[in-house]
Design a protein around this ligand. Structure first.
Ligand code: PGA
Length: 251
């Protein structure tokens, strides 16, 4: 059985004060939630403070990116071990916004994923096709390239520290969710690809999250799909009530 994961990606939102007040609103709303891993991903500046606030709550902390070097002359970058030190257990890698605006490639995703895992973090590796690629029937080919490139060279033992997030670019922040059937079809494809490349056991235990306009009113249907193991939530993760409603999808 795969434990579902509901992760909130706060992107470039929330000061430290706003982040602290958000998690304090969230904690009571998910205090009784069982069998779901709940993760929040604030901006770097708020991580350490939010980690203090989350202590004992069971809610986990993720960063939204990391660099692949452990230290050195790399102005502006943050190393995985620094994230660990700030209280993170997870890091989002290769979000489509980073690929689109900040030149992230499958090769950099791969270096970051390996560095994150080496530092003891779980890597939430994001993949997804654009609308043009979907319309050209290239979805599976694009995902295969992203996944094989992003996960290249990972040893089988590392796979327990990988979560995949399938986020069709056309569904992010647009209010346009992939239908349950569309999402399930892709998730099943990803799992079969994982089985082919990294073994059946790794594929069966790997959590594959869906992301792209997940809201309280569509999460249940998505989570009912056999290969959808959770959600990476953007907009609806910014308010405690809507994020809690998503985390409480089973209730
Ligand atoms: P959204 O973002 O829920 O606002 O569509 C999802 C994401 O970018 O992870």
């Amino acid at each position: 059985m795969r434990t579902p994961v509901i992760a909130g990606n706060w992107k470039l939102f929330k000061t430290i004060g706003e982040a602290v007040s958000m998690v304090n609103d969230l904690k009571p709303l998910v205090a009784a939630t069982q069998g779901v891993e709940i993760i929040v991903a604030p901006a770097f500046t708020a991580l350490s403070r939010v980690a203090d606030e989350l202590a004992g709550s069971g809610i986990l902390l993720a960063a939204q990116d990391c660099y692949w070097e452990e230290e050195g002359a790399f102005t502006g970058e943050v190393a995985p071990k620094m994230l660990k030190d700030a209280g993170c257990s997870h890091v989002i890698i290769g979000h489509s916004e980073r690929r689109q605006y900040f030149g992230e490639t499958d090769a950099t995703v791969n270096k970051k994923a390996k560095a994150a895992i080496k530092a003891g973090l779980t890597a939430i590796v994001c993949v997804g096709e654009t609308l043009t690629e979907r319309e050209a029937d290239e979805t599976f080919a694009v995902l295969e390239t992203q996944l094989l490139g992003g996960l290249e060279g990972l040893v089988p033992e590392a796979f327990s520290k990988v979560i995949i997030a399938y986020e069709p670019v056309w569904a992010i922040g647009t209010g346009k969710t992939a239908s349950e059937t569309q999402a399930q079809e892709v998730h099943a494809f990803i799992r079969s690809l994982m089985a082919r490349c990294f073994g059946q056991g790794n594929a069966e235990s790997m959590r594959i999250l869906y992301g792209g306009s997940v809201k309280p009113d569509n999460v249940k249907g998505l989570m009912a799909q056999p290969d959808i193991d959770g959600a990476l939530v953007g907009g609806a993760s910014l308010q405690a009530a809507s994020f809690a409603a998503i985390a409480n999808f089973a209730g």
